[in-house]
Ligand binder design. Structure first.
Ligand SMILES: [Zn+2]
Length: 131
């Protein structure tokens, strides 16, 4: 591993299982909480893995929303803000009625985070994302 003066090693604790581990890429001024985030990111326990999958799916669906959803930015931002509570199970789903024809729903479907845009008139359903 490459090391320079901005790249130190420290001991961090996984949030979920409490396991301590050496983490690299610790930069000047990082506090214990930030070091624990790094340790959690690298931990192999089930909860940490699940948290990583959650974050990856939020990111992937967020990118799809930006590229494919075709709604104004302010609405995209609002929808992206709803991904985390749905992915984490804090909310079962979230629905935004854009107008009388268009509905956007964020939900877990077949175990995957999905953003589904339904346009009534054309009877099209766009399923966006899903990882
Ligand atoms: Zn852990």
């Amino acid at each position: 591993m490459e090391n320079n003066e901005n790249n130190k090693t420290a001991i961090g604790t996984c949030w979920f299982c409490g396991q301590q581990r050496y983490v690299e890429h610790v930069t000047e001024g990082m506090d214990a909480e930030q070091i624990n985030i790094l340790a959690t990111d690298e931990c192999d326990c089930e909860e940490a893995k699940r948290a990583r999958e959650l974050r990856n799916s939020i990111r992937a669906v967020g990118v799809s929303i930006e590229e494919n959803l075709g709604v104004p930015r302010v609405l995209r931002e609002a929808i992206k803000g709803l991904l985390e509570p749905v992915a984490a199970g804090i909310a079962e789903n979230a629905t935004i009625k854009v107008n009388s024809q268009t509905t956007i729903k964020i939900m877990i479907k077949e175990g995957r985070l999905q953003c589904v845009k339904t346009v009534k008139d054309s009877l099209t359903v766009d399923e966006i994302g899903g990882h």
